[in-house]
Write a protein of this length. Structure first.
Length: 369
């Protein structure tokens, strides 16, 4: 029995560590690619906002600071059934920004509200290049120009960097860690030819690929996944995916500050991930499986090994966490996050526990906003 467990532990440990090497190499490939230098193109920015009066002003101020030529930008804000001052906040900016407000008063039964709102905004957009972000985000000044240049340079879809900001409270710090970890994996996979996900806080696509894949109406039945599942549809339609990792084009937003909000968010994400398809999804599944099996095998070995030897499996796993997260530290530093090795190792260990528990729960607990 112990021999079988040892084989499982060694194979899973080696495989998961190789994935961290893959992430590092893919991330560095993305950084080495020269940024696209294209003439500015007309672009539409689509935002869905539901009761976002407190966050929306910061987003609109950030959009006001964009370095893309103002005459080539239109902003479509979809006021999604808001009953607060969201519309009033937006109206204050209509003289300062090329901003149009689209109102959604009702959502058909069985349709994801956010997807319905985003599709309403995309339908109103006039330009061939489309960027999406959320109402509580703060894009840096080069976001529109850098993301649209990637699309104009030949990509059908572009994945940007959208780390969360959170320095106070355990939930916020962990959410900030997870967002950067997710971004590092997604960018590395896309840069290596295995795209599988995007973040709705910073991504974009051409109108041509949106229409060719059936758009958001094709995935209305899913509560979440307006970004990931739509990208999956685009990939199935032959989309070429680009990445944008410029620091002056990152998009920040505040992390969840309590564990219940973080758990609800992750339950939606894990539920949606079961609908992923393609080569990138297979790669992600193998990564998750190997990383989860390693501590489980170490725990089982601890239970069956005799005497003092039983401390070796957990010690080896702890060393492995420290070793693996060294491959993440550069990406975290680039995204202006915590990159101390010991803290990364601790967060990675907690991530394995948290994601395993949440992933299993997502299949028995219905997702909700």
């Amino acid at each position: 029995m112990s021999v079988v467990l040892e084989v499982i532990a060694i194979l899973s440990a080696v495989m998961s560590s190789l994935f961290f090497v893959f992430v590092y190499r893919g991330w560095m490939n993305a950084l080495r690619r020269p940024p696209h230098r294209m003439d500015p193109q007309p672009v539409s920015v689509v935002i869905a906002a539901h009761n976002e009066e407190h966050a929306l002003r910061e987003l609109l101020l950030a959009l006001e600071e964009q370095d893309h030529p103002r005459e080539l930008v239109e902003i479509i804000l979809v006021d999604d059934r808001s009953d607060d001052e969201t519309a009033a906040v937006a109206e204050d900016f209509t003289e300062r920004l090329p901003l149009r407000i689209v109102r959604v008063d009702a959502v058909p039964p069985g349709v994801s509200p956010k997807k319905f709102a985003l599709h309403a905004g995309i339908s109103e957009a006039r330009n061939p290049l489309l960027l999406c972000t959320d109402a509580d985000c703060r894009p840096r000044p080069a976001w529109i120009s850098a993301m649209s240049a990637t699309l104009a340079g030949g990509a059908d879809a572009v994945i940007g960097l959208a780390p969360l900001s959170g320095s106070r409270g355990g939930a916020a710090r962990f959410a900030a860690f997870e967002s950067r970890r997710t971004m590092a994996l997604a960018i590395a996979a896309a840069a290596s030819g295995f795209p599988y996900m995007a973040s709705g806080r910073s991504w974009g696509f051409t109108r041509g690929i949106y229409e060719r894949c059936g758009g958001l109406p094709s995935i209305y039945a899913h509560l979440g996944g307006d970004d990931d599942l739509l990208l999956q549809r685009m990939l199935a339609s032959g989309a070429k995916t680009g990445t944008c990792v410029r620091q002056d084009a990152m998009v920040f937003s505040a992390a969840a500050t309590d564990w219940s909000a973080l758990l609800r968010q992750k339950l939606r994400h894990y539920r949606v991930s079961s609908a992923y398809r393609g080569r990138g999804t297979v790669l992600l599944a193998l990564f998750v499986l190997s990383e989860t099996l390693t501590p489980l095998a170490a725990l089982a070995l601890t239970a069956v090994m005799p005497g003092p030897e039983r401390v070796l499996p957990p010690l080896m796993w702890l060393w492995k966490l420290w070793y693996d997260t060294g491959f993440l530290s550069y990406a975290f530093r680039w995204m202006e996050g915590e990159n101390a090795r010991l803290r990364l190792a601790f967060s990675e260990g907690f991530h394995i526990f948290f994601s395993t528990l949440t992933g299993l729960t997502s299949f028995v607990k219905p997702p909700r906003w």
